[in-house]
Design a protein around this ligand. Structure first.
Ligand code: CUA
Length: 311
């Protein structure tokens, strides 16, 4: 890999070294302080090694050797490591403070994300596999899991936190730049662990408030809707405004707004959604949704088109 492409990996939608949020900026500074600290220590050690092997290889007096061990081997590392530790630990308490009003519950499931927005006032808003947040507000995430341990990480916005069954972990993040970022599961959680991502859309606050407060459009009457009902999709998925009330699988109300299908797997196009419906087992090994391979490609596409119209 060339140096240019190696550095290219440091920018973009999923990089802790290209921070777009307050907490991520602190993590990035911690990283650079550690890098510089490590570089200084390395240079000093190599310098001493060159001195001892090349410049003055002959024996030194005992007293000089003892001083070197005391200062270079005990005092210097103690001071440097303690300093870095205090600096690193000092960044942590703020990540646990309460947010400024909006709380978002995120639950790691196999292999998707259950999302519920809980504004200070008003009804919770349910969603999945995509998280929208207002820029400039400290948003509190309540993280949990019903099955196995997952880990929630949006590198551009902050550090990662485990999602542990039977526990609720808290994480507070503040986005500073509007944009679309990528989050991922970073704890092995089964066969499709690597296929468990999500989009994070940081929006200007008024646009976010409008979005959160707006009512989803009434689901269209369409052939795809009838097929969705006929094949029992509503047993697992909920679509607001229809008889589909399932809670086992991802919420599909406003599915047409999402950028991806299958938790960050494929761009949300009717063709990809139809393929996901028919080849779930191939696209997402061991996920709980059965593949509807018996559905004709045309019928799958009708369902996909209707889902895409939900906004
Ligand atoms: Cu969920 Cu890895």
């Amino acid at each position: 890999m060339s140096a240019a492409s190696a550095l290219g990996a440091c920018s973009g939608v999923q990089s802790a070294l290209d921070p777009a949020g307050h907490e991520a900026r602190e993590v990035a500074s911690l990283f650079w302080v550690m890098v510089v600290g490590a570089a200084v220590v390395w240079t000093v050690v190599i310098g001493v090694a060159i001195y001892a092997t090349r410049l003055r290889p002959d024996p030194h007096e005992d007293i000089v050797g003892h001083r070197l061990i005391l200062w270079g081997g005990v005092a210097f590392p103690t001071v440097v490591l303690a300093g870095l530790l205090v600096y690193g630990l000092g960044l942590m308490p703020k990540l646990r403070e309460a947010g400024e009003g909006l709380r978002i519950d995120v639950s790691g499931e196999q292999f998707w994300w259950r999302v519920a927005y809980r504004p200070k006032e008003g009804e919770p808003v349910l969603s999945a596999n995509e998280i929208r947040i207002p820029v400039g507000e400290r948003v509190e995430f309540a993280l949990t899991s019903p099955d196995v341990i997952h880990a929630f990480w949006i590198p551009s916005l902050g550090g990662k936190v485990d999602m542990i069954p039977g526990r609720e972990n808290r994480l507070v993040l503040k986005a500073e730049k509007a944009g679309v970022y990528r989050g991922a599961c970073t704890e092995f959680c089964g066969a499709s662990h690597a296929l468990m991502a999500f989009d994070v859309i940081a929006m200007d606050k008024p646009a976010f408030e409008d979005w959160l407060g707006s009512r989803p459009a009434d689901p269209a009457r369409a052939k795809g809707r009838d097929l969705f009902t006929l094949h029992g999709c509503g047993a697992c998925h909920r679509v607001g405004g229809t008889e589909a009330k399932g809670e086992v699988g991802p919420e599909l109300t406003r599915f047409g707004q999402r950028k991806t299908v299958g938790a960050g797997l494929l761009p949300n196009t009717p063709e990809n959604v139809a393929r996901f419906i028919r080849e779930t087992d191939v696209l997402k090994p061991r996920s709980k949704m059965p593949a509807y391979g018996a559905l004709s490609p045309d019928d799958a596409l009708e369902i996909a088109r209707w889902l895409g119209s939900l906004k």
